[in-house]
Design a protein around this ligand. Structure first.
Ligand code: FAD
Length: 455
């Protein structure tokens, strides 16, 4: 009897326990289902669709190289898979476990109809398996990381089978091209050319980073340098596992501990997602429901200026334009740009979460929600709304001049001492906008709004 292998955010053949288990069960039918209904307001965003297209193409090729195929179907995941199973006479289905609320719902619906076997391997340790001394789930990162560090997975990934058993008759598949995952006109993805989606691209990216990992501590906060791994979309789509990254990097000297700690943030975010499935949809600290976020025409115009990189704050604008151009933004700048939207513009963090969701190639429900809420101070782990980040001094401190030059060409000719705050230096070019609001005024407005939350 054939066995279904359900791919989701695990588009790889190596370190793939679901594939190994399926191969032991009989002829394997690998399938990917594009489900735009299940996630509701979090249907996959535009940049992620671009990535998905290329990653599925790579996975399909890798499967063909092993004599197998990738079946593509669209619709409600549980319904489609149950129908496919009936069509092929399969009763068992293997998959990697995921924690997004819509995947959990699909898994529950499917488990009623088929023999669903879930495998953990997209995290260093299965979310929920690491707990405090009192047996409770962690809410704070640092103690979580300390505990997780003691439970690293061994370096014995599930071996990729040399051959995948094939069914005597293949079910029909939709054509990837018919899914229209790529932009047409305008083609906003022209700046995505540095990315190589797929398992091979992930491996190449890691190889490239290995040599640079030693300097991570010194360079990771400097947006003008390529100091971070840029593995995030590969990790999100499961083209590489954190276990593979961990074991490749751990042997390197220098500051790799700091890098591995960042990899740990992924696991932490999944643990929070398990406890708070709404983390990307509502403030975990409920008192923020009283926050007088700005809405209305002026706020909408400010939101649009932020999205397009026209706030008059060069570091914010550089980040937002990088995001639009390449589907990715440097972590330090993500924090600055997010904080600016929430505190300087007093706009609900969920507006920013949605924009990132649509624009990031690494858009990840858990990571995005946890980080937006961390920045806003609305999450379980931080209460830092009143700590208002000063974007202009951050820009100077982290030496962002070249980064601004790259992404905000209007300012390219300004010297280092003027580029962070051209208004203040009296040399703002005419084609660069005035600040939407001054820092001091914004700070006071945000703190006054926060007093309502504090009650
Ligand atoms: P590196 O510094 O090389 O880190 C290695 C890996 O560790 C990353 O690829 C990522 O998987 C993980 N990681 C690093 N930092 C974090 C973090 N703070 N939280 C969770 N995982 C982390 N990351 C996403 O993957 N998807 C998102 O949707 C996302 N949204 C974010 C939104 C905001 C407002 C902020 C402040 C951060 C967000 N991040 C998100 C976290 C972080 O910015 C990115 O993971 C990182 O910039 C990716 O670049 P890198 O791979 O070069 O990171």
């Amino acid at each position: 009897k054939p066995v279904l292998l359900w791919f989701r955010q695990d588009l790889r053949l190596s370190d793939q326990p679901a594939l190994v288990a399926a191969c032991h069960g009989g002829p394997v039918i690998p399938v990917y289902v594009l489900d735009d209904d299940g996630p509701g307001d979090h249907a996959m965003g535009g940049a992620s669709r671009w990535w998905l297209h290329h990653s599925l193409a790579a996975l399909g090729q890798a499967l063909r190289d092993k004599g197998s195929r990738l079946i593509l179907r669209r619709g409600n995941a549980a319904d489609v898979l149950a129908e496919l199973a009936a069509e092929c006479g399969a009763t068992a289905i293997h998959a990697i476990r995921h924690y997004e609320p819509w995947w959990v719902a699909s898994e529950e619906a499917l488990a009623d109809r088929l023999d669903l076997v879930l495998h953990d391997s997209n995290q260093l340790a299965p979310p929920g398996s690491i707990s405090t001394g009192a047996g409770k789930p962690f809410k704070i990162y640092t103690p979580f990381w300390r505990a997780l560090s003691q439970h690293m997975p061994p370096d014995d990934p599930a071996r990729m089978p040399a051959k995948i058993p094939t069914p005597s008759k293949w079910p029909s598949t939709e054509a990837l091209g018919s899914w229209d995952l790529l932009p047409t006109k305008p083609d906003w993805a022209t700046g995505f050319s540095d990315w190589e989606p797929g398992e091979e691209g992930a491996r190449a990216r890691l190889d490239q980073f290995i040599g640079e990992a030693k300097d991570y501590e010194a360079t990771r906060n400097l947006p003008s340098q390529e100091g971070t791994s840029r593995l995030s979309p590969h990790l999100h789509f499961g083209e590489i596992t954190p276990r593979q990254v961990w074991h490749r990097v751990a042997g390197e000297g220098g500051s790799v501990r700091t890098f591995l700690g960042e990899i740990g943030w992924r696991d932490y975010a999944q643990g929070i997602l398990l406890q708070y499935p709404d983390v990307g949809r509502k403030s975990t600290r409920e008192q923020f429901d009283r926050m007088p976020w700005r809405t209305g025409k002026a706020a909408k115009a400010d939101l649009r200026a932020w999205q397009r990189g026209h706030t008059g704050y060069p570091i914010v604008d550089a980040g937002m334009r990088q995001l639009w151009a390449m589907g990715w933004m440097h972590n330090r700048v993500r924090m600055i740009a997010a904080s600016f939207l929430i505190k300087h513009l007093l706009i609900d963090w969920r507006e920013g979460e949605r924009w990132f969701w649509d624009c990031l190639v690494d858009a990840d429900y858990g990571n995005n929600g946890v980080n937006w809420q961390w920045t806003a101070g609305t999450g379980v782990d931080s209460n830092m709304f009143p700590r208002i980040m000063a974007p202009l001094s951050q820009s100077e401190k982290f030496d962002a001049a070249d980064y601004i030059r790259e992404w905000v060409p209007e300012l390219a000719d300004l010297p280092d001492d003027a580029i962070h705050d051209p208004d203040e230096a009296g040399c703002r070019p005419e084609n660069y906008p005035e600040k939407l609001i001054g820092h001091r005024e914004a700070r006071e407005r945000a703190l006054a709004a926060y007093r309502r939350v504090k009650g």
